[in-house]
Ligand binder design. Structure first.
Ligand SMILES: Cc1cc2nc3c(=O)[nH]c(=O)nc-3n(C[C@H](O)[C@H](O)[C@H](O)COP(=O)(O)OP(=O)(O)OC[C@H]3O[C@@H](n4cnc5c(N)ncnc54)[C@H](O)[C@@H]3O)c2cc1C
Length: 308
């Protein structure tokens, strides 16, 4: 296994792939290590959703866009390792050792682009039942199914509307008295005619092995009600990568986002960061911009290793 690189990029989403492309075009030897599939959230979280706000990618799904950007990066000679988790980064003098679930690598600089953390759990009884999901990979299997979407943000609203369009019998529940979503998504929700449950918490999910019912609690009236569903899609945001970043001794802010300077440098020498894990604006174009900037500064560091 080739284990010597100039740069190791941790995370293969848009930020990481752009950092890899930038450094590879500058003739460095680069490896991207990705926990799941290269393409990041586009392919691992919303492969079927149409991408918005990403210049030139109109009407393309997450997986189509991911395929395109991954192919581009590979064509520039970047090594991409998938289904491999980075566990630790150790710096001894100028040498960096990156330990992953599959092996050990050596490099001169690291770019951390691990995105947001794992999906946030609801933490109720029955959450482990078959049919409780946190993302949708193949929407058409929900055609004709009764699906409860739980969450009040953009992702929940967007996915509820999309599922409704492909013929699922959707309902959406939020514990708030309104949705916290963009005007565009609220407008789309208003055009749809599926039930919205406000001030509603899912108290328990009931079923033998598979989801059968959700028990709702109205947090204003304290009334409980029960309704049957085939699937429950939990879209409650993500946890931060705080534990992983603490282990790496990388400074984060109160929200768990990595603190970087204007050159995308973290609190650890030779470690740069970009994209959602920096938490500025959670969109693809921003991740790409920051990834390019982190890559360029990582290149400069490799050529002239000063960290004043
Ligand atoms: C449902 C949804 C819809 C969205 N729609 C849009 C849209 O239409 N337009 C838009 O511009 N933005 C959209 N976004 C936001 C956009 O997807 C993100 O801003 C973008 O993917 C951030 O890129 P990133 O590279 O920082 O992180 P990610 O794409 O999240 O990639 C990070 C990668 O790091 C990997 N990773 C994590 N830990 C490790 C580890 N220890 N070792 C190795 N790999 C690791 C993860 O598996 C992940 O693949 C959407 C987000 C969601 C959740």
């Amino acid at each position: 296994m080739d284990s010597e690189f100039d740069i190791i990029v941790v995370g293969g989403g848009p930020a990481g792939l752009q950092a890899a492309l930038t450094t590879s075009c500058l003739k460095l030897k680069v490896c991207v290590i990705e926990l799941e599939n290269a393409g990041g959230a586009l392919v691992n979280v919303y492969p079927w959703k149409h991408i918005d706000e990403f210049l030139g990618y109109r009407n393309m799904t997450g997986s189509e866009a991911a395929k395109k950007i991954v192919e581009h990066v590979k064509s520039e000679g970047v090594t991409i390792k998938e289904h491999e988790e980075v566990k630790d980064i150790i710096k001894t003098g100028s040498a960096i050792t990156v330990n992953s679930s599959n092996g050990t690598y050596h490099c001169k600089a690291v770019v951390l682009t691990v995105g947001l953390g794992a999906p946030r759990k609801l933490g109720v009884l029955g959450e482990g039942l078959e049919g409780v999901i946190y993302s949708i990979f193949e929407p058409l299997v929900f055609n004709g199914k009764k699906v409860l979407v739980v969450g009040g943000g953009d992702t929940a609203v967007e996915q509820a509307c999309a599922l409704s369009k492909i013929g699922a019998k959707v309902e959406i529940a939020t514990r708030r008295d309104q949705f916290k979503a963009s005007k565009k998504n609220i407008h789309e929700l208003e055009q749809s005619d599926f039930p919205c449950h406000f001030n509603t918490e899912v108290k328990e999910i009931v079923g033998e092995d598979k989801v059968e019912k959700a028990i709702f609690l109205n947090n204003k009236t304290n009334e409980e009600s029960t309704e049957e569903f085939d699937n429950i899609l939990l879209l409650l945001g993500t946890t931060s990568n705080k534990d992983f970043l603490n282990r790496l001794d990388i400074k984060t802010d109160k929200k768990g986002s990595i603190i970087v300077d204007e050159n995308m440098r973290t609190s650890r020498e030779a470690v740069f960061a970009a994209g959602d894990v920096v938490g500025r604006w959670l969109r693809i174009p921003y991740a790409i911009g920051e990834g390019g900037m982190a890559g360029l500064n990582a290149f400069k560091y490799v050529k002239d290793p000063h960290w004043a």
